[in-house]
Design a binder for this molecule. Structure first.
Ligand SMILES: *Cc1c(COP(=O)(O)O)cnc(C)c1O
Length: 323
């Protein structure tokens, strides 16, 4: 039994309709000639709050009975999920608390505060923050909105997959940046249950490849050290609910280097005038680096550009490193 099915994604779409953007799916000639595949970019960097995370946050928060929501919302996040939860909570008039990693992005922190949420800082690893959030939710009666390991969140993220299969005829593969696997489990469910012939690949930096390792081992396996520029996917282990969906529906996990990621980020900006954060460029990096299997040459392949939240100072560093 899977945690979610196509029906859950369709229900999520109905729940969040009007609250999110249907983002563009654009073809790039330049990126196609550089990679040898027909590159389509699904632009979740242009989504409300700057990443796809608003899909899952709205799906979860809008599913709560009002009396539960009014007690308040809490989450743990390296940034984008926190922004999304703050934004979605405010849409419903609920108060939100967001636990960020120490040393997390100041731009993300400012945006979370700007959406009216309270900020707390704790540790640097996602599991430390998640256990604090769970404890506070028990002690104070707040509703915990997990960043990925939740059926409503997974179904919400899957709505991006519905849009892809509806908007592009003849799509051969979809590439998805992968952290805790909420995004890819939702997308793979939507895409495979609509059209099983479309391949779905997860992409990770080679310094943060816990899902790839787990996928090959056939069980959830934790990484000790995380080393990547892609700060949205520094996850030590794939989710409990999400990973079985990955095992069932994902064709393979691909890995790229940070240099591949920075080059992809730079090319999108330079050639397409599109700003992605490093994590958002991981999927395109797999097409440009040769990580995607050769059988997709000439085929229509979608890179999900998962987010665009990057501080301008950090962008300057990324661009300098990509030379
Ligand atoms: C959260 C996030 C991801 C990964 O999503 P998971 O559901 O954790 O796999 C990818 N890209 C960006 C920009 C994100 O914020």
């Amino acid at each position: 039994m899977s945690a979610i099915a196509l029906k859950d994604v369709l229900d999520a779409r109905e729940r969040i309709a009007g609250a999110i953007h249907r983002t563009p799916l654009v073809h790039s000639e330049t990126l196609s000639s550089l990679s040898g595949v027909q590159v389509y970019l699904k632009l979740e960097n242009l989504q409300k709050t700057g990443s796809f995370k608003i899909r899952g946050a709205c799906s979860k928060i809008f599913s709560l009975p009002p009396e539960e929501g009014r007690r308040g919302i809490i989450t743990a996040s390296s940034g984008n999920h926190g922004q999304a939860v703050a934004y979605a909570s405010r849409m419903r008039g609920y108060s939100a608390t967001v636990i960020m990693p120490e040393g997390g992005s100041p731009v993300k922190a400012a945006s979370i505060k700007g959406y009216g949420a309270e900020l707390l800082y704790c540790g640097t690893k996602s599991d430390e923050r998640i256990s604090l959030a769970r404890r506070m939710s028990e002690e104070r009666g707040l509703t915990f909105v997990p960043p990925y390991d939740d059926e409503f969140v997974m179904a919400g993220q899957g709505t991006a997959g519905l849009e892809i299969v509806e908007d592009l005829d003849g799509v051969s593969a979809v590439l998805v940046p992968t952290g805790g696997c909420g995004l890819i489990s939702g997308i793979a469910t939507a895409v495979k249950e609509k059209n099983p012939s479309v391949a779905v690949f997860g992409v990770e930096p080679d310094g943060s490849d816990s899902t790839g390792i787990s996928f090959r081992a056939g069980r959830r396996t934790a990484l000790r050290d995380i080393n990547t520029i892609a700060d949205g996917i520094r996850t030590t282990i794939p989710g409990e609910l999400t990973f079985p969906v990955v095992q069932r529906y994902v064709d393979d996990m691909l890995a790229v280097t940070d240099d591949d990621v920075l080059r992809a980020q730079r090319l999108m900006l330079e050639r397409c005038k599109l700003l992605a954060e490093p994590t958002g460029a991981v999927s395109l990096a797999a097409m440009l680096s040769g990580a995607l299997p050769d059988r997709f040459k000439g085929k229509r392949v979608v890179a999900l550009v998962s987010g665009g939240n990057v501080a301008m100072m950090r962008l300057a560093e990324c661009l300098a490193r990509s030379c």
